[in-house]
Design a protein around this ligand. Structure first.
Ligand code: DC
Length: 211
């Protein structure tokens, strides 16, 4: 049976980079659950849907497909904000929970692991996950990492703006009533503030290999 590796943590902590590395190392599929919220935010943007229109938002969520998660349009400051706002909606989380729960059955047949990352994977989506990791890093350090990423791609960015956006998203993620960002009681906590990607990967992989 496929084993679930849950990786949770706040915005820009490096979850996707780590999840991707584990996915490559074990040749196992990986779901970035934030992309589900982003793909719906993108639909909301292009269809100009009001954020209080439950029926239309639900329709987008029911129609979501894996291929929609590959869109290049999912990463922008506007999508960040819409995704962060809609992720507090309980009806949307319930609908997207189905997609996430079905993911290993659909995409990890014959694989040893399925890696799922997000905010509530270890607490709500897969409370029985075989491995649970919760990554953390100081908000200013995360903002600097995010800026470096944008600069590397040739974009322009202000550290102060990115920092403020990260703090605002943290507040929404940590304080929402439904599935707030918090470590599962039985998760391994890793403060990555002073660790590089290789160190985080090695720490996680050591734990995976041990069992
Ligand atoms: O990880 P990310 O920044 O791409 O996530 C986009 C938004 O979706 C973010 O504001 C938090 C939200 N999210 C969530 O509430 N639950 C998840 N499992 C994943 C993401």
């Amino acid at each position: 049976m496929v084993m679930i590796i849950a990786i949770d943590g706040p915005a820009s902590v490096g979850k996707s980079t780590i999840a991707e590395k584990i996915s490559d190392y074990y040749n196992s599929p990986y779901l970035n659950s934030g992309k589900l919220y982003r793909a719906i935010a993108f639909q909301i943007k292009i269809k100009n849907i009001n954020l209080s229109n439950k029926q239309k938002i639900l329709r987008c969520a029911r129609a979501i497909k894996e291929i929609d998660l590959n869109s290049r349009e999912l990463y922008s400051s506007e999508i960040d904000k819409i995704a962060s706002k809609i992720s507090a909606k309980k009806y949307l989380r319930n609908q997207l929970m189905k997609f996430q729960k079905e993911y290993p059955k659909k995409y990890a047949k014959g694989n040893k692991y399925a890696i799922i990352e997000g905010r509530d994977i270890g607490t709500e989506i897969f409370p029985g996950a075989n491995y649970k990791f919760f990554l953390w890093a100081d908000a200013m350090i995360r903002a600097k990492r995010r800026c470096d990423q944008i600069l590397k791609k040739g974009g322009k960015v202000s550290l102060n703006y990115v920092y403020k956006e990260i703090v605002a998203r943290d507040l929404r993620d940590l304080n929402r009533k439904t599935a707030p960002l918090k470590p599962a009681v039985n998760s391994v906590l890793l403060d990555t503030s002073y660790l590089d990607i290789e160190q985080v990967f090695n720490a996680i992989n050591k734990i995976i290999k041990k069992r």
